[in-house]
Ligand binder design. Structure first.
Ligand SMILES: *Cc1c(COP(=O)(O)O)cnc(C)c1O
Length: 370
């Protein structure tokens, strides 16, 4: 039996890709805002129901560009319970990340903790919709208004997620998504910024192409973070299959809930009533005191059966050497984030995962209860 990983990228049938490649080969248009690039920006805007989409080479460069294009200066409040790219992007943009704690259920930045972390140097908030579940967008919006802060969502997990009937990507000043191979919508590598005005989009589009503006002049030193035509074609193809993939992810998620909900010492995340979830991840939180077997032990039991579950996110970003040296006072901080991080195990979830495998995984987990 072959190994089951936490995620396996969806790939559209190869024969569907061939006509796109033929087009690229014929036109010799490989990059620089080509036909597929423009088409993907349009189709994504339509699919998501947002006004402005700017494609990027990856999600990290998109996050950096968002900070640069909103001319953020000073401190940016963010979460330690995320992938390192979130805080790294803030540092890469020449800014100072300030970590605040999360809520103890979804693992998203807690507005009350954000407010406590505000200083005269705070310029922006960078929350993460962890696992694709919506942050308290209203709470964060209220704080942003009260203190005149910009909000840039790291929405790397949130593609296709909706909240109160709106794309989750439409909240805040800018949202950044990732199209990395491990994400629920992929272009091998890639990403996008979703913003609210054509004027900001023009600034973003110029920034990702060296800072060159429509008149050919350069007013801001930009970078090169363009998505190429091959990747844009992958995105167009992937989009055709997204709804079917989402249904498959939903069915597998329901099966996990059916078998795992109610096991003492294992908690799963339920959706908010107002959210239409994208079923991007299936994290469980193992309370060793109640369950008997710890998170590490459970991961080892699964691994022995060729099932690779991941401690995602562990450790906290603030516990990585670079950030610990920067902020030694954070040691032992963020009790809610720390507790989630020490309990979490993301179980395999991807289109093509067999229902029988989900059942097998759940059986291993329920047998591990002591
Ligand atoms: C994947 C991810 C990123 C980075 O996206 P890339 O496209 O890989 O650069 C940023 N933040 C979070 C939370 C992620 O999971």
């Amino acid at each position: 039996m072959s190994k089951i990983y936490v995620s396996t990228p969806y790939l559209p049938p190869l024969d569907e890709l061939v006509p796109y490649m033929q087009d690229i080969w014929d036109s010799r248009m490989l990059t620089n805002n080509g036909k597929f690039h423009r088409q993907l920006e349009r189709e994504l805007a339509g699919f998501l129901g947002v006004s402005c989409v700017s494609l990027f080479a990856n999600g990290t460069l998109a996050l950096i560009a968002a900070l640069k294009c909103l001319a953020i200066k000073g401190e940016v409040i963010t979460t330690p319970f995320s992938f390192a790219a979130t805080a790294n992007a803030i540092v890469q943009a020449g800014l100072k990340p300030v970590f605040a704690d999360v809520d103890s259920y979804y693992g998203n930045l807690d507005p009350k903790k954000i407010e406590k972390a505000i200083t005269p140097d705070t310029a922006a908030i960078m929350p993460v919709h962890v696992y694709g579940h919506p942050c308290d967008v209203e709470g964060i919006d209220a704080i942003a208004k009260k203190y005149s802060l910009k909000v840039i969502y790291d929405a790397a997990h949130a593609f296709g997620a909706r909240y109160k009937g709106r794309s989750l990507l439409s909240f805040g000043d800018i949202s950044a998504v990732s199209f990395h191979a491990t994400k629920s919508f992929n272009t091998f590598e890639g990403g996008a910024l979703i913003c609210r005005s054509p004027e900001i989009k023009r600034r973003i589009d110029s920034y990702k192409a060296f800072g060159i503006q429509d008149d050919g002049d350069i007013y801001q030193a930009g970078t090169n973070a363009k998505l190429n035509e091959f990747q844009a074609a992958l995105g167009l193809l992937q989009l055709k299959h997204f709804d079917r993939i989402l249904n498959e992810r939903r069915a597998l998620t329901m099966l996990y809930h059916q078998h795992l909900d109610g096991i003492e010492g294992i908690s799963c995340i339920s959706q908010k009533e107002e959210e239409a979830y994208n079923y991007a991840y299936f994290p469980i939180f193992v309370d060793e005191k109640v369950f008997g077997t710890g998170r590490k032990g459970l991961a080892a039991l699964l691994f022995a059966q060729d099932i690779v579950a991941r401690e995602y996110f562990y450790p906290l970003i603030s516990d990585f050497d670079f950030y610990k040296k920067l902020y030694p006072h954070n040691e032992n901080g963020f009790p809610a984030a720390r507790s989630l991080s020490e309990k979490v195990l993301c179980l395999p979830l991807y289109p093509g995962l067999a229902k029988s495998d989900v059942q097998r995984i759940c059986a291993i987990i329920s047998e591990a209860k002591r």
